[in-house]
Design a protein around this ligand. Structure first.
Ligand SMILES: [Zn+2]
Ligand SMILES: [Zn+2]
Length: 137
């Protein structure tokens, strides 16, 4: 079920939205990444619900614990790496939130480490204000 915050992200390089209407995950538009695992290139679709780990891999195998190289499907540039994950030491990438602030996501498949960060508390407020109340039911 679709509980929690809905996260709409955009590419930190080209500023374009990464939200895509298909496939639906948790009954909502998903977040689209271009991914590389080993030598294979494919697509990864993530739930926009913060705290949901629903995802769909396309053309690449959903290998547990594999490190996934993630890039923008629109400008093809890799998402910026911020630091190593505190729990698994894989790269942690950051994406821009449409309302301001960033979301950090660990690139190891299955690692649950992710976080929201706001430099400006107004951005956090905007995120809460942007939530469609009907989507929270
Ligand atoms: Zn881009
Ligand atoms: Zn991790």
């Amino acid at each position: 079920m679709a509980h929690g915050l809905h996260i709409h992200v955009q590419c930190p390089h080209c500023g374009k939205s990464l939200m895509i209407p298909e496939p639906k995950i948790d009954q909502l538009d998903s977040i689209h990444f271009l991914v590389k695992i080993g030598n294979r290139i494919g697509h990864l679709y993530l739930s926009q619900v913060y705290g949901s780990y629903e995802k769909i891999f396309e053309n690449v195998e959903d290998l547990p614990d594999a490190v996934v190289e993630c890039s923008c499907p629109l400008c093809y540039r890799p998402f910026p790496v911020h630091h190593a994950c505190g729990s698994c030491s894989a790269a942690v990438i950051a994406l821009d939130l449409k309302v301001g602030g960033i979301i950090k996501v660990c690139t190891r498949n299955g690692c649950a480490h992710h976080s929201l960060e706001f430099e400006d508390s107004q951005d956090a407020l905007n995120l809460f204000r942007s939530q469609d109340p009907s989507g929270l039911l």
